[in-house]
Ligand binder design. Structure first.
Ligand SMILES: [Mg+2]
Length: 259
């Protein structure tokens, strides 16, 4: 690419994948990313999905191309596995992230308890658990999630490192220092590809940390992105596409290739 882009960080749902549309994937976008990969550009999917859910997504939607790296759960960094299995942690980042989260959730127990009470008593949202405990929640609507985040924003004032990522009706509790942006920064550090050679694209709240210009010089979003994302992309001097989903991603990649 003439812009010197060497690393792509793209969201999955709502950016590469157009749920409920036909086709779900934009073939032109897929072919273009494949062409970039052939020319040495590295493609990472940066998603809120876990490794397993991303793998099943790539299979279910019959992706014709495969990412070089995956950044999952809005925090972890994986590279292709060298000995069996598909992916393995890249460096010690994931371990460090897990440890910091365990410590944070321990010290923020009372804040978390307040949030759980609020959710149980004042909303119809459902709490989501995984092996390490409470992970987040799913609300009945984005309006309901607005009420929940408003409550958390107040409750976390006494524990500022306690934060959350939100994506449509889903919310995940997290450490304020870990998000798609810092996961991308870690990959950038490991690959020795600086911010000035990074493109990032996403559509929702949890993408803003990689689209505000701090970690990627070339941020973009498809037309279906929420207003807050478009605002962040514009403020960072990025590109807001006129087409939605994968077609918008393709449009943005072409825009930077030609600029
Ligand atoms: Mg998305």
């Amino acid at each position: 690419m003439s812009s010197g882009i060497r690393l792509l960080s793209t969201d999955f749902d709502g950016t590469l994948v157009a749920h409920g549309s036909d086709p779900v994937l934009d073939l032109g976008c897929m072919e273009y990313i494949e062409k970039l990969q052939e020319n040495g550009v590295i493609w990472a999917i940066n998603t809120g999905r876990s490794v397993d859910l991303l793998e099943s997504g790539l299979t279910d939607f019959e992706f014709p191309i495969h990412p070089d790296f995956i950044l999952t759960s809005e925090r972890d960094v994986f590279r292709p596995s060298s000995n069996g299995g598909n992916w393995e942690p890249y460096g010690d980042w994931n371990e460090r992230v897990a440890r910091e989260h365990a410590e944070l959730f321990h010290s923020a127990k009372s804040v978390l308890a307040e949030v759980v009470d609020f959710v149980n008593q004042k909303t119809k949202a459902r709490l989501l658990y995984h092996t390490a405990g409470l992970e987040g929640l799913v609300a009945e609507s984005e309006e309901e999630l607005d009420r929940v985040t408003k409550f958390i924003d107040q409750a976390r004032e006494k524990q500022p490192k306690f934060h959350y990522q939100r994506n449509t009706v889903y919310l995940r509790f997290c450490h304020a220092d870990y998000h798609k942006g810092t996961a991308l920064a870690e990959l950038s550090r490991l690959l020795e590809i600086p911010r000035e050679e990074i493109f990032a694209a996403g559509d929702h709240h949890n993408d803003i940390s990689m689209l505000d210009g701090r970690f990627a010089q070339y941020p973009a979003c498809p037309a279906n992105a929420i207003p807050e994302v478009k605002e962040a992309v514009s403020s960072a001097g990025g590109y807001v596409a006129s087409k939605a989903y994968g077609a918008g991603l393709h449009e943005a990649l072409l825009h930077f290739a030609e600029s």
